[in-house]
Design a protein around this ligand. Structure first.
Ligand code: SF4
Length: 361
């Protein structure tokens, strides 16, 4: 469901494996593994955890031939499309396509001559896979740096469009674009400008956003603002953390904007001097138990009777704290008063009944 206030920019549709990108397809959530790709066991294990968290497209680094070869085995074990991230050596891109990658991420600027790039687009055509042209603020062409005097949004857009023209001249059109800078103003300017100039689907993210807190804040603002303006067909939150956190954050951004639903929406109050139960602990336990749940219900966890009953009634299910107790609400009705020690279990039990889904331990 897209809220009426968000008018999504219409882009062309491409496919990475069985995932449609662009047009009216759902905005897909991507992440990237941080295991050595040639360590097949570790990479598959990480992708499976990411799949469970909702990741829809996974990218793996292909720094050498062993990593390219590993793609064949990794693909046998996973069920989401795999994109090979290749820099500098065009032969690795060709090998990744041959070993079953569902897409390539390259920066034609560092692949080399037109002949080498043609060899890559030929392989992509043969295996019917798309290419993402990823322009990063840190690796802009020298002549564009000289022309623009700095890594400006205009320079990044010019770099991307120059590379689109190159692929067009090679009759390759299954393209997706990304323009990543590590600061929000440039990221926003670059994507806005690019979105006006092309209908190629866009992959949106703020690169090298940092650790958990700064990364979540930067990504939420950068990706969130663009999505709210209708820009973006796939997203990746970039965090210096377990990539599962990237996927969780991406879905929280999509949920907060009302663009996609995944997992429960938990509304909980910050507590104040009126709260007489250990709400932080209760909220944390419930959040943890439902971490990988696909239930799309609204849960209210409120500290007291001021706003508690109102929020809890509006939610599918909820609790409003009292003095060492909590009132359990379900679909607007009071179910019972429960001692604090039993609140989490009682709430999770009712949630399970509500959707027949079993939360995790
Ligand atoms: Fe304070 Fe109650 Fe509001 Fe929570 S619901 S912030 S405890 S007034």
């Amino acid at each position: 469901m897209t809220p009426f206030s968000i008018k999504r920019k219409k882009t062309k549709v491409i496919c990475a494996g069985n995932v449609k990108i662009g047009g009216t397809a759902p905005i897909a959530v991507q992440s990237m593994t941080n295991t050595p790709t040639e360590n097949i066991r570790a990479t598959v294990a990480q992708i499976k955890r990411l799949e469970e968290a909702g990741c829809e497209i996974i990218r793996v680094a292909v720094p050498g031939m062993a990593a390219a070869e590993a793609i064949a085995k990794i693909k046998q074990e996973i069920s989401i499309p795999l994109i090979a991230d290749v820099h500098f050596d065009y032969r690795l891109a060709i090998a990744a396509a041959k070993y079953g990658a569902n897409g390539l991420r390259i920066n034609p600027g560092n692949i080399g001559s037109k002949k080498k790039i043609k060899a890559v687009t030929d392989a992509a055509q043969t295996f019917n896979i798309p290419i993402r042209i990823g322009v990063n603020s840190g690796s802009l062409e020298k002549d564009l740096l000289e022309k623009h005097g700095a890594v400006t949004a205009e320079a990044m857009v010019e770099s991307a469009l120059r590379q689109v023209d190159l692929l067009d001249s090679l009759k390759f059109h299954a393209i997706k674009l990304s323009l990543k800078a590590s600061d929000i103003p440039r990221t926003l300017d670059a994507y806005r400008l690019l979105s006006c100039k092309t209908d190629i689907p866009l992959h949106v993210g703020v690169t090298e956003a940092g650790g958990l807190f700064p990364g979540i804040v930067k990504s939420s603002i950068g990706i969130g603002m663009l999505l709210a303006e209708g820009i973006g067909d796939t997203i990746r939150v970039s965090l210096t953390r377990d990539p599962v956190e990237e996927v969780r954050t991406a879905f929280e951004i999509l949920k907060a904007l009302g663009i996609r639903k995944r997992g429960p929406e938990i509304i909980s109050c910050p507590t104040c001097g009126r709260c007489r139960i250990d709400l932080f602990n209760i909220a944390e336990q419930v959040e943890k138990a439902l971490l990988t749940s696909s239930l799309t219900i609204k849960i209210a966890i409120m500290g007291c009777a001021v706003n508690g009953p109102g929020e809890a009634r509006e939610a599918d299910i909820g609790i409003a704290g009292g003095k060492g107790t909590g009132i359990l609400f379900k679909k607007g009705k009071i179910i019972k008063k429960i001692p604090q020690a039993e609140l989490v279990d009682a709430l999770l039990k009712e949630i399970m009944k509500l959707e027949g889904d079993k939360p995790n331990d």
